[in-house]
Ligand binder design. Sequence first.
Ligand code: NDP
Ligand code: 2IT
Length: 448
Amino acid sequence: MAIKNTYLLGLMERVEKRNPGEPEFHQAVREVLESLEAVIEKHPEYVECGVIDSIVEPERIIKFRVPWVDDNGKVQINRGFRIQFNSAIGPYKGGLRFHPSVYEGIIKFLGFEQIFKNSLTGLPIGGGKGGSDFDPKGKSDGEVMRFCQSFMTELSKHIGADTDVPAGDIGVGGREIGYMYGQYKRLRNEFTGVLTGKGIPYGGSLARTQATGYGLCYFADEMLKDKGMSFEGKTVVISGSGNVAIYACEKATQLGAKVVALSDSNGYVYDSEGIDLGAVKQIKEVERKRIKEYINYRPNAKYTEGCGGIWTIPCDIALPCATQNEISAESAKALVANGVKAVAEGANMPSTPEAIEIFQSNKVLFGPAKAANAGGVATSALEMSQNSMRLSWTFEEVDEKLHGIMVNIYKNASAAAKEYGMEDNLVAGANIAGFIKVAEAMKAHGVV
Ligand code: NDP
Ligand code: 2IT
């Protein structure tokens, strides 16, 4: 799809000029604006009241120095970010990413996506994202703690349980959230739900750890069922081996599929008998080692250096759960040639626009990230609810709510696609359904 509407073309040009050198942000905005062509034909008022011009501009960008001291006593300087993108329907909500590739454009694309994703959950959460170019890989626990404390010392001035509630993303898991929560509590002398993804003893929600991966499979299952298929007996390839990949692997297996591959940024493992998730959890969650180690647990498995080749493995269902733009046109062609039936995105924006085009034109069921991976942030919102009530729900209660939310997201995205004349195009459907709720709220608030 290309943008044809003159107003939207002009807006896209302004976004590119105003945010130079940020290709990931341009990519995310372009995809949404493409989907909105049909919406503004029906609702010209969204253009007239400035909602679309406003939605592509963050409400606030916070950028700061993060000084810390490494184990050799040397001062290290990183850069921290928090982008408070849109608060029309609730407090800013979105994860923190610690990865050397982080710069303003990455956080902006993620924050922008988060607006629509959070809206799709049906829960009252606005869009935000943050992070740092700090690389937790190879750092000691002490170094990670000192970095997190320094990062939170500045971030604490800008967040709050009713203002902005960060969580995890790449490189930020339970350990990092714990150190940041401890520092926030110490600085502010208050015990509130200012972060989600917390440990269970100090206000975390059961099932938050599993939520993104489980939610992804609940969404994919609904998408498959709608076309008379299921996970039962299917071969699945999952990229990544972090939080999202691990729990997607667990749920896909529970639903009767065989997951045959996982990866990290160095390479991928193929296990024709089905991934032994116990081994993966030991390697990744306990030892923090590389996926290559898997062959020490399963000698029949094969390790290949380089992560891109994972998409040449024949499969029925592909679940990209590593990072943005990990599926190129070439990878998409290989998946299609090998007969892939469905692709659902666990990572944020893992398929390039060319790859999406290839999947859609070959009638591969395609679940876009905003819809398919919304289970993580939805469960974060459930964590916020529990914190506000000072109560905690059982694993089963949270999991059941998560399941219901993912089914609804599928139904709403699918219905919106149909209503706007793009049946089965869940990219358009998710963008439209997510947009309309936020646009209505922005319109009601006036020019603010
Ligand atoms: P983790 O840090 O737990 O795991 C990330 C995984 O992706 C690792 O296996 C990592 O490999 C791999 N990876 C990261 N960057 C790259 C890269 N540039 N090239 C190749 N592989 C890479 O993060 P999560 O599992 O939490 O996040 C994965 C994706 O899911 C991200 O896109 C994130 O934005 C998205 N997401 C996460 C949610 C959550 O709740 N955590 C919610 C919704 C979406 P290595 O160890 O070698 O770096
Ligand atoms: O991309 C995402 O939705 C997340 N990293 C989770 C955000 C959250 O606030 O739980």
